[in-house]
Design a protein around this ligand. Structure first.
Ligand SMILES: [Zn+2]
Length: 417
């Protein structure tokens, strides 16, 4: 088994050479030649060249691309990174014929890069990884064979070396809490359209949460800017942004308010209407817990390891800030629900709820997560598709932010005296 681990390290090294040789500056003709995956000629199945206990991954691409194979632990995952591959319209079920893969995700992860992540049912090592030109069909064939391994051999093979232009931004180190807004400068609002790229969010016939919330965020940003607010979005395209980076963006922007936008699917209960979520680490509601778990899981499955935002912002000052921030976020949640109701828009039967969403954990920035509606509800889908409804919702959010900011600034001035 030690030989297998050694071999897989060699494979990783070789793949990196391919990576380094081919990943020069992008040229215009690179874009025209975006590689596509042919699902009819691709398959992920038990067996393969590593024998009966292994997994064989066979991908037919319209052209060869630089790629890299790596393994991650906790849970065991195979990560295949490609210079951009078009997976449009291809679902994991179209390729998967292996019970040894417990979950599969693929799609864009950073501009110009795509990633496939396969969750494994146990420890494996890479037995073989190679890409060959397909002379008969044209294009290229990428094959990866996984062999079952001992835990020790698997652990020895684990690790992802990010290519320099692929690396994610480091979380901002912070030792001082952000100063509260006092109404003297434009309100800085960070809008956080959820999901994106490899993580489509909830899916419904003909639509995806990642796209729905990005469209809404763009429209809302425009309305807030015209009202004089400063708006930063955590993403402006269909790209993957880790949860931790979303918080870092808010911190770097000096956000007065962080508003995460979602339209999830919830099968259980009657999930209909807009719902305002505030942070509650002890939330016991099963549906909320499931949503929070799903959002964190998307990060894990994308091959990003959650490195604990709490550690980088620990300290007494931050604990004090957290104690002051939570009531401010609670008042914002109340203002938001009030404005949405006043605009006559459909709300959930419990319009304000608590949940332990990671993205709401900034200790010094009042943060909310707004489920605009639920993609699992047909009537919510119709509302989200209606430009008039979206304009009314954006207007309600603007009004809530304005009302809250005035009261919040008055309180800040009182405290300062
Ligand atoms: Zn979501």
């Amino acid at each position: 088994m030690a030989g297998g681990a050694e071999f897989s390290r060699t494979v990783a090294a070789l793949a990196l050479v391919v990576w380094a040789a081919c990943s020069g500056p992008a040229r215009a003709d690179d874009l025209a030649g975006l590689a596509r995956l042919d699902p009819t000629q691709s398959r992920i199945a038990d067996g393969g060249d590593a024998g009966p206990g292994g997994i064989g991954i066979r991908l037919a691409l319209s052209q060869a691309v630089p790629y890299r194979v790596s393994l991650l632990d906790g849970p065991p995952r195979l990560v295949v990174d490609f210079r951009e591959v078009d997976f449009a319209g291809i679902q994991p079920a179209d390729l998967l014929a292996s019970d040894r893969i417990t979950d599969a995700h693929w799609g864009p992860i950073r501009p110009g890069w795509s990633r496939m992540v396969l969750a494994l049912d146990g420890p494996y090592v890479v037995h073989l990884a190679e890409e060959k030109a397909d002379l008969a069909q044209g294009g290229a064939r990428l094959r990866v064979d996984l062999a079952p391994a001992t835990t020790a051999a698997f652990r020895a093979a684990v690790g992802v070396e990010e290519a320099p232009d692929y690396a994610l931004p480091k979380p901002a180190a912070v030792d001082q809490p952000k100063r509260r807004q006092t109404g003297e400068a434009p309100l800085v609002v960070v809008l956080d359209p959820g999901h994106g790229g490899i993580d489509p969010g909830a899916e419904a016939p003909g639509t995806r949460e990642a796209v729905v919330v990005l469209n809404f965020s763009t429209e809302l940003a425009d309305i807030l800017r015209r009202a004089g607010m400063t708006v930063i979005e955590t993403r402006e395209a269909d790209v993957f942004v880790p949860l931790e980076t979303r918080i870092s963006v808010a911190r770097a922007a000096g956000a007065d308010v962080f508003l995460s936008l979602h339209a999830d699917a919830l099968a259980e209960g009657e999930a209909v209407g807009a719902t305002v979520y505030k942070l509650d680490m002890a939330a016991s509601d099963a549906a909320s817990a499931k949503l929070a778990e799903r959002h964190d899981r998307a990060d894990l499955l994308s091959g990003i390891d959650l490195s604990g935002q709490d550690d980088t912002v620990a300290g007494v000052l931050m604990d004090l800030a957290r104690a002051e921030t939570q009531p401010r976020a609670d008042r914002l949640a109340g203002a938001m629900a009030g404005a949405i109701r006043k605009a006559g828009l459909k709300m959930h039967r419990r319009p304000v709820q608590g949940a332990s969403f990671s993205v709401l954990k900034s200790p010094d920035i009042p943060s909310l997560l707004l489920e605009l509606g639920f993609l699992s509800s047909e009537s919510d889908r119709a509302r989200l598709a209606d430009p008039k409804w979206r304009a009314a919702m954006a207007g309600a959010i603007l009004s809530a932010l304005q009302t809250w900011a005035v009261e919040d600034a008055a309180e800040a001035r009182l405290i300062r005296q």
